[in-house]
Structure formats: structure tokens, C-alpha cells
Design a protein around this ligand. Structure first.
Ligand SMILES: NC(=O)c1ccc[n+]([C@@H]2O[C@H](COP(=O)([O-])OP(=O)(O)OC[C@H]3O[C@@H](n4cnc5c(N)ncnc54)[C@H](O)[C@@H]3O)[C@@H](O)[C@H]2O)c1
Length: 353
């Protein structure tokens, strides 16, 4: 099958492109490289550099594709607060344009990357797909708007599957982008050996899903003509507090569990915590049990430390200046750091799930 993967120069999209190529599909990646990178696009995939929020870009897309996997998005909560119009156009605007483009060309299959951000905080965990959605951020609002656009396109002939992805992590996550990706942000600071800035409570929790598990569900969905439901949660069904995550990451980096953290005030648009009811995706797509958090983090840390000089140093040089660069290679070998802040990762409260 020829499949268009938008956002395929980004974290999840590049893993998906690779997985689809391995499964024997042809992949065309479309990405504006705003946060993604050419280097992420797997060998064997074609790359088209286009901004999908602009109507004129659509005429440059190949229309001999059988399916569209739409992952291109502005995906940072902080950016959505600073630039909500940009966020809405990149997320909901692009989805409207692409879904109409598919309908006009008879392209029948559309799989979309929505987010747990659509739920907001007014629901209980484990949250089911039928729960009320009251997003707390412009990012969540733009994802929910995109979902509604696709709900309207479905009866017109578009076979839509929406994945509400919880918090994905794994190798390939952008360690230079310190505005997006809870696990990658914390890891970038841990590898540098400095206090980890944590905005909001250490008791907040997330449903952390390993990227391979995310893209396997996507592969199964795109290879199916239609799924029984339009919307699926894509998580693990387990909550992990920020404190537990930091401790697990420190262990994976071979750093002391009491590595310093810098507790900062939270953002009003940040969700306190949710984990997913994953019964629908498990049943309909027959996905395997999720990767254990410890195993996933270990793989991510191995990847990050293998390329630490190129990936982390440049990000941290921007933050702290060139004087501190030598720590990176020492931390990659697992040496201890001197606490640089008066707060540490204290023992956990009981797990949230
Ligand atoms: N990573 C997560 O935990 C998570 C959780 C929930 C939902 N999602 C969603 O999954 C998708 C992929 O997330 P990710 O973590 O890989 O993000 P990412 O930022 O790494 O990838 C997004 C890609 O989209 C591209 N892009 C942005 N705006 C574009 C535009 N207007 N036109 C074309 N390309 C554009 C970027 O350059 C980037 O390569 C996004 O839609 C995101 O909102 C991610």
C-alpha cells in the first residue's frame, strides 16, 4: 500500500514510517521540518517538505495513496499557549484540509494522532473514550476540533480511526526540544547532570507508552479497512507519577535516585493526571501487552547516551553556555553529580494506578 505519513520527520511519525516500510508498504513522508528533522526520515521513504496548514500545499501531494496517517502537528503545550492560532491551524486546520482532500480523491483511509489532552481534568482514571472532553489547553482544543472535523467526514466516506495518544516516549525523541515531551525533557537534564526543572507537582501522573507500542497499534489500524470505533485511547492503562518517572529515569541513567529537581510553579493548562482505559484498543486491534516502563526507559537511555555528544551537548550549550560541556560524557558513563539544588527526588507516594 502507498501511505502518506504526515509528521514523519518527527518522533512518532518517523517510527511509524519505519514500521510501515518494514511491513512492505511504500511511504511518503510530508513534514514542514518545523520541529522534525530530515535525518529522522527512514531510508526508503520519500520526503516532501510542505506546510500542511496552508491550502496551497495540498496540490503538491501525490494522490495515488491508499491511506493517510496524519501526525503532523504543533505538539508542545507551551507553544500552544504562546501561539494558539498557529497551533489551531497546524493541528485542526491541517486536518480539515487533508480530510477534504482525501474525500475529493476517494482516498478512503485516515488515521489521526489525537491526544489525551482532549479530556482535560474533569474525568477519572482509567478514562474511557466516551468520557466528557473538556480540554484545558489550546493544544487539547485543537486536537478535539480535529476529531470533530473527522467525525463529520466519516459519514461522507472517510474511514477514520482516531488515536488519543497518552504520553509517548522512546528512542528518537527530540532531546533538543525542551518544550515538548515529558520524558525527553527530564532525560536531557539528567544526562547533563543538572537539577531537573519540574513545572507542577511531582504527584502529577501520566500514562507512559513506549513508541514501538504506539506505532504497532497504528500499523494494525492502517492495514484494516475500518475499525469498529472511530476513537481509541492509546496508552498502557497504568499511571506513573512524575516522581516515579524521575526515579526510574535516574536509575536507568545510573544516577542516584535522589538526583536534584527544581520545583517550579505549574501551568494552568497542564493536566494533573490521567491514565487510559485501553480495553477497546486491546480488543479491536489485538495489541500485545505494553512494554514495561523500566525496559522502555533503558532502551531510550541507551540510545541517548550512544549519541549524547551530538544530541544533548548542543541543546545544553544553548541553555548553560559552553563552560559545562564536559559533564555530558561523564554522565553518559554513569558518574554521579553534585546536587545543584536544594530539592531532590524524594521517595514515592503510593503509585497512582
Ligand atoms: N509524543 C506524545 O507523547 C504525543 C501524545 C499525544 C499526541 N501526540 C501527537 O502525535 C503526533 C506526533 O507527535 P510527536 O511527539 O512525534 O511530535 P513531533 O513534534 O516530533 O512531530 C510532529 C511533526 O510534525 C511536523 N509539523 C508540524 N507542523 C506541521 C505542518 N504545519 N505541516 C507539516 N508538518 C508539520 C513537525 O516538523 C514534526 O516533524 C502529533 O500529532 C502529536 O500531537 C503525541
Amino acid at each position: 500500500m502507498r501511505i502518506l505519513v504526515t509528521g514523519g520527520a518527527g518522533f512518532i511519525g518517523s517510527h511509524l514510517a519505519k514500521r510501515l516500510l518494514e511491513a512492505g508498504h511504500k511511504v511518503i513522508v510530508v513534514d514542514d521540518l518545523s520541529t522534525g528533522s530530515r535525518d529522522n526520515v527512514p531510508e526508503g521513504a520519500e520526503l516532501l517538505v510542505l506546510d500542511l496548514s496552508r491550502p496551497e500545499s495540498l496540490s503538491r501531494l501525490p494522490d495515488d495513496v491508499a491511506a493517510v496517517c496524519h501526525l503532523a502537528a504543533q505538539s508542545a503545550g507551551a507553544v500552544s499557549a504562546e501561539q494558539p492560532y498557529y497551533d489551531l491551524m497546524a493541528n485542526a486546520g491541517s486536518t480539515l484540509l487533508l480530510s477534504r482532500w482525501c474525500l475529493e480523491r476517494g482516498i478512503g483511509r485516515f488515521v489521526y494522532a489525537s491526544s489525551m489532552a482532549v479530556y482535560g481534568d474533569e474525568v477519572e482514571s482509567p478514562v474511557g473514550e466516551d468520557a466528557r472532553c473538556v480540554p484545558k489547553s489550546y493544544y487539547g482544543a485543537s486536537k478535539l476540533a480535529a476529531e470533530h472535523v473527522l467525525r463529520l467526514a466519516a459519514p461522507e466516506g472517510l474511514n477514520v480511526t482516531v488515536f488519543r495518544i497518552f504520553t509517548a516516549y522512546g528512542p528518537g525523541q527530540n532531546l533538543r526540544n525542551l518544550k515538548q515531551g515529558m520524558v525527553s525533557i527530564y532525560l536531557a537534564y539528567l544526562l547533563r547532570g543538572v537539577a531537573v526543572p519540574v513545572t507542577g507537582s511531582l504527584d502529577r501522573f501520566r500514562d507512559l507508552i513506549y513508541v514501538d507500542d504506539v506505532v504497532e497499534a497504528w500499523r494494525r489500524a492502517v492495514e484494516t479497512r475500518a475499525t469498529p470505533r472511530l476513537v481509541y485511547n492509546l496508552g498502557t492503562g497504568r499511571g506513573t507519577t512524575v516522581r516515579e518517572l524521575l526515579q526510574a529515569l535516574a536509575r536507568a541513567c545510573d544516577l542516584p535516585a535522589d538526583h536534584p529537581v527544581e520545583e517550579l510553579p505549574g501551568s494552568p493548562s497542564d493536566q494533573f493526571g490521567l491514565f487510559a482505559d485501553v480495553s477497546a484498543v486491546s480488543f479491536d486491534l489485538d495489541v500485545a501487552p505494553p512494554t514495561r516502563l523500566e525496559d522502555g526507559l533503558q532502551r531510550m537511555v541507551s540510545w541517548a547516551t550512544a549519541g549524547v555528544a551530538s544530541r544533548v551537548t548542543s541543546a545544553m550549550l544553548c541553555l548553560y553556555g559552553p563552560g559545562n560541556a564536559s559533564w555530558v560524557s561523564r554522565s553518559a558513563r554513569g558518574m554521579r553529580t553534585t546536587p545543584s539544588s536544594n530539592s531532590t527526588i524524594r521517595p514515592s507516594k503510593p503509585a497512582s494506578a
